[in-house]
Design a protein around this ligand. Structure first.
Ligand SMILES: [Fe+2]
Length: 158
C-alpha cells in the first residue's frame, strides 16, 4: 500500500525529492564556501565593490542553505549536515586561490548557472506531484539567480 506524508505527498516522491534537495544543499554549501574564499582572496582595483558583492551573495546562500535543509525536514527526511557529505555529493567546481576579479565573476556565473540548472530539474520532478511548496522556493531562487547572472555579466562588459 502506498504511503503518504502529512500533506498527502507520496513517500516514494518525498524520499526522491529529499535526495535531490540534499544534492542541491551540498552544491549550495560549496558555492557558499567558494564565495567566502573569493571574498577573502580577491585583489585589485575592483576589490572594494567585489568584496562587498561576494559578501552579499554568501549571505543569501547561507539563508538558502537553511531553507533547503528545512524543506527536507518538512518532507520528513534528514538534511545532510557534515562537510564530508557535502564534498562527496556536490558536483560544483571548487574555487581555490581565485584572486583575479574577472575570473571570480566568471566563476560565480558558472556556479549560478549550475545551480539554476539543477533547480530547474528539481522543479520538473516536483511539478509531476504538484509539490508547490518546493516549486515556489526553487522558482524564487531561479529568478534571483538569473538576475545576479545578468548583473555579473553586465559588469564584465566594457
Ligand atoms: Fe568579510
Amino acid at each position: 500500500m502506498e504511503q503518504f506524508n502529512v500533506f498527502g505527498l507520496p513517500k516514494k516522491y518525498t524520499d526522491e525529492m529529499a535526495d535531490k534537495l540534499n544534492q542541491l544543499l551540498s552544491d549550495f554549501q560549496i558555492y557558499y564556501q567558494n564565495l567566502r574564499g573569493m571574498h577573502w582572496n580577491i585583489k585589485g582595483a575592483h576589490f572594494l565593490v567585489l568584496h562587498v558583492k561576494l559578501e552579499e551573495l554568501y549571505n543569501v546562500a547561507a539563508e538558502n542553505v537553511d531553507e533547503i535543509a528545512e524543506r527536507i525536514l518538512i518532507l520528513e527526511n534528514q538534511p545532510l549536515h557534515t562537510l564530508q557529505d557535502y564534498v562527496q555529493q556536490s558536483s560544483l567546481p571548487v574555487a581555490r586561490d581565485v584572486r583575479d576579479p574577472q575570473q571570480a565573476i566568471n566563476f560565480v556565473i558558472g556556479n549560478l548557472k549550475a545551480l539554476i540548472d539543477l533547480e530547474r530539474k528539481l522543479i520538473s520532478v516536483a511539478e509531476a506531484y504538484n509539490d508547490h511548496g518546493t516549486i515556489t522556493i526553487l522558482s524564487d531562487y531561479i529568478s534571483r539567480q538569473e538576475k545576479e547572472v545578468w548583473m555579473l555579466r553586465s559588469s564584465l562588459q566594457e
